[in-house]
Design a protein around this ligand. Structure first.
Ligand SMILES: Nc1nc2c(ncn2[C@@H]2O[C@H](COP(=O)(O)OP(=O)(O)O)[C@@H](O)[C@H]2O)c(=O)[nH]1
Ligand SMILES: [Mg+2]
Length: 593
């Protein structure tokens, strides 16, 4: 107490070792860091390196001691230096974070030292996220030299230069890399520590959902001698950053062959054709297992194509026939079947055919394949848009699945709009009201209804990834869809309005229908309504049916026991309306009234 009366204040210093997260704290008028006996904070095997004191005019001052300078905020400490409440410290090859305020201590204890973000100092582009000790191997594997790269534990913004910690191994560049540039631009005495900033004009990869700058996209070699990629393996063509181009601007691979296909610099997978020319929108379909996502998606692409053309004179084009193949097959199976057993769509298995393995943050994970379509208008003033869907296994939305190990549903965080497909056939209150209805799904017992949990889990994930407060609302459109409308349409006492007329989408009719469906759902299960409204400030409620009829339970043949649609009764209802609404919210393509 009254320490200031003596002219000197004590400083409380906490130093955390990045390797083992071990934290030492000492408090005194002067706290020395190093290996000698008078050091209150010990770093074995080195002499005393620096002393931490309170500065005369407030704040904290570092004073070098001994011959070998410590590196503070990525610069050798050659003379005394005033620091703010948190700084990085490197002594030999050991790295530390040092806090001299309670706020900084809290920040460090909240950081996740098991996960380091590797980023480009100048562009802010995040390259990787992985444990510290795996960084050099991962960088080498991906052909990144480390020049201009820095890293910090997840939760902190200030980090260490890669070259300071791991040396310049594998680097072919000179000293004049980004580090030098930053130093000369900002001056040696200023804060030159690598700070993670927001990336500039990034696009989101539709395959691994990481952001990158357009200029960082890789090209895919075409010359047969260039088969084998250091990351993707011997069967894939080399991914490279182009340095030469043909006269018409197409990148040339190292063997001089035109290489027009692009790959994401993170996962290195091929981007859909036209990716950089289009306005890309991810529409995420979220729903419990068996809520009807796969049937919905299969019917949607067909209905959307018809509706866009008939009502608005627009075309829906398959942008990626090989990537969309599974969905095309499902759709053909459903619409060309002549008997129920031929129309059954297989359950979407977690990590099954709808998924592919991608490198993400240094490990291989299974992510759902994107299905990409382009919508174009005859009106050339309207930019062509690509819409991207994924067919997830419902398990991917359930709580308890580790996001890092199984990030398969993380597209919700990058999406332009979210469709939450609510399954009335799995909801107890709905089932009570539907007693006597012959739909075989209503007789399936013992299924746990986790739909409200799935919705709140989705909210947590989106807000966590966006770094948002849980009480804040996202502003992207959220369509809450009560599916299987064929089963419950008689429960709705008020008729729904037509939402398309005279070549326009009637937003007022959509609003009115939304209110009718919301009020109805509120009576049956208010938890879904309140959860949905707390997620997005742009929530609307829809009703639709992919099949338009109740499927039947097969009693004989190899598919006995399975539930199958009846091909001649296929009669989709309102299937494309939420997509048209989401398009009207996120593009200028759809004429509205
Ligand atoms: N009554 C009715 N049943 C449907 C409809 N759409 C899908 N189903 C049934 O819902 C079940 C689950 O569908 P599926 O698309 O595999 O669900 P997913 O797990 O969410 O992909 C299947 O038995 C379908 O027959 C519909 O519009 N009406
Ligand atoms: Mg499915």
């Amino acid at each position: 107490m009254f320490g200031f009366l003596k002219g000197k204040r004590k400083v409380r210093v906490s130093m955390t070792d990045c390797a083992d997260r071990f934290t030492q704290t000492a408090e005194d008028e002067e706290v020395k860091i190093g290996g000698s006996a008078d050091c209150a904070i010990k770093v074995d095997g080195v002499p005393a390196c620096l002393s931490v004191k309170s500065a005369r005019d407030g704040g904290v001052e570092l004073v070098p001691i001994g011959d070998v300078p410590a590196i503070v905020n990525s610069s050798p400490l050659n003379s005394s230096l005033k620091v703010s409440d948190l700084f990085t410290l490197q002594i030999g090859d050991r790295i530390f974070y040092v806090a001299v305020s309670d706020a900084a201590r809290e920040k460090i204890s909240g950081a996740d030292f098991s996960k380091w973000t590797v980023f480009n100092v100048q562009t802010g582009r995040i390259e990787d996220e992985l444990p510290l000790e795996l960084i050099p191997v991962s960088m080498a594997k991906r052909g990144i030299t480390g020049e201009g790269m820095a890293m910090c534990p997840s939760g902190l913004e200030t980090g260490f230069f890669y070259s300071d910690v791991f040396g310049r191994k594998g680097s072919s560049g000179s000293e004049g890399g980004s580090k030098g540039a930053i130093r000369s631009a900002e001056g040696a005495a200023l804060n030159i520590s690598p700070v993670l900033s927001e990336s500039v004009a990034p696009v989101t990869c539709p395959l691994c959902w990481l952001k990158f700058d357009v200029g960082d996209a890789m090209n895919i070699a075409t010359h047969e001698s260039l088969r084998s990629d250091p990351v993707l393996g011997p069967n894939e063509m080399l991914r490279f950053l182009p340095v030469s181009f043909s006269p018409d601007g197409v990148a040339l691979d190292p063997a001089g062959m035109p290489a027009p296909d692009f790959a994401c610099p993170h996962c290195r997978k091929k981007l859909p054709s036209g990716f950089f020319d289009l306005d890309n929108k991810i529409f995420s379909i979220v729903g419990a297992p068996s809520s009807g996502k796969s049937y919905y998606l299969s019917v949607l692409t067909k209905q959307l194509q018809t509706s866009l053309y008939k009502n608005f004179g627009m075309t829906l084009k398959d942008l990626d026939p090989s990537g969309n193949m599974l969905l095309t097959q499902m759709r053909n199976r459903l619409f060309s079947a002549s008997k129920p057993e031929d129309a059954i769509l297989a359950k979407t298995a977690l990590e099954g055919a709808m998924y592919e393995r991608y490198p993400r943050f240094g490990k291989m994970v299974a992510l759902p394949k994107p299905m990409t379509y382009a919508i174009s208008s005859e009106d050339k003033s309207k930019k062509e848009v690509s819409i991207i869907f994924y067919d997830n296994a419902g398990e991917h939305f359930e709580p308890g699945l580790d996001l890092e190990e199984s990030p398969g549903a993380m597209h919700v965080a990058s999406s332009a709009a979210i469709f939450f497909l609510f399954d009335p056939a799995a909801n107890r209150n709905f089932k009570k009201l539907l007693e006597g209805n012959p739909d075989p799904q209503l007789l399936i017992d013992g299924r746990l209804d986790q739909q409200d949990t799935i919705l709140s889990e989705m909210e947590m994930r989106i807000k966590r990834i966006a770094g948002m407060d849980l009480s804040a609302k996202i502003d992207k459109p959220l369509a809450v869809i009560i599916g299987k409308y064929d089963i419950w349409k008689d429960l709705l006492k008020v008729p729904l309005k037509e939402t398309i007329s005279d070549g326009r989408l009637d937003l007022q009719a959509i609003d009115e229908n939304s209110r009718i469906i919301k009020d109805f759902l509120e009576d049956i299960d208010p938890s879904i309504v309140s959860a949905a409204q707390s997620i997005s400030s742009d929530t609307k409620f829809f009703a639709l049916s992919a099949l338009g009829h109740s499927p039947i339970k097969l009693t004989e043949g190899p598919s006995a026991g399975k539930i199958a649609p009846v091909p001649e009764k296929l009669n989709p209802m309102y299937v494309e309306i939420p997509t048209l609404w989401a398009l009207s919210r996120t593009t200028n393509l759809i004429p509205v009234r």
